[in-house]
Design a protein around this ligand. Structure first.
Ligand SMILES: Nc1ncnc2c1ncn2[C@@H]1O[C@H](COP(=O)(O)OP(=O)(O)OP(=O)(O)O)[C@@H](O)[C@H]1O
Ligand SMILES: [Mg+2]
Length: 182
């Protein structure tokens, strides 16, 4: 019996023996190799009218994911409330799950903004089946850490700015890998 993390039946505890069916092994490999497939099959987002729904990417969101995946730096010019943040969050969820020992920092000029983004990722995580999840070591409102050594932290950017900004930095171990803005 795979145990769940303290007080949260939706996330898997660390160091559990996870059994996989043949189909799950194939599916796991497919997700690991293809972030777009993982997102469309397994990531859930909150639709403004329909509530929790599978994330069916719009074409421009597919382009964003492809660009993130194939390039070190990306700048996107996209309108307000079009679905930028969820796209970045979904890609980063894939990045944390299927890469070992990577760290992601989510920085915003308001603590509430970076925490809200983290909470959206946590909601998506809670809706993954256990066989796709990594066991969770730390899970709180400002960060979480996975059994594969990958972690994410939401931080306050201590620079006064006249507009709202979110910076996302992700890197392998200590070497800076990439940054994006949303
Ligand atoms: N492909 C999609 N299908 C259904 N709903 C979507 C899709 N993409 C985004 N949404 C929903 O649209 C809303 C806005 O998304 P999001 O917050 O990512 O936009 P944004 O461009 O980052 O907004 P802002 O400009 O305010 O930062 C959210 O409720 C999100 O779940
Ligand atoms: Mg946004």
């Amino acid at each position: 019996m795979v145990k769940s993390y303290v007080n949260n039946p939706l996330i898997k505890a660390q160091h559990q023996d996870q059994e996989f069916t043949q189909d799950q092994i194939k599916e796991f490999a497919k997700c690991a190799n293809d972030p777009m497939y993982f997102i469309e099959q397994y990531v859930k987002i909150v639709h403004l009218e329909r509530g929790l729904v599978p994330f069916e990417l719009y074409d421009f969101q597919k382009n964003m994911v492809k660009t993130f995946h194939e390039n070190r730096f990306t700048i996107c010019k996209v309108g307000r409330q079009s679905g930028k943040s969820v796209t970045v969050i979904a890609y980063l969820l894939w990045y944390l799950l299927f890469n070992e020992s990577v760290s992601v920092a989510m920085l915003a000029n308001k603590a509430a903004t970076s925490r809200e983004l983290l909470s959206r990722m946590q909601l998506a995580y809670e809706n993954l089946p256990f066989w796709l999840q990594q066991g969770v070591g730390v899970w709180n409102k400002g960060s979480f850490e996975l059994e594969n050594g990958s972690k994410i932290i939401s931080l306050l950017l201590l620079v006064p700015l006249p507009f709202e900004v979110v910076l996302l930095i992700w890197y392998f171990s200590m070497s800076l890998h990439s940054w994006r803005t949303t």
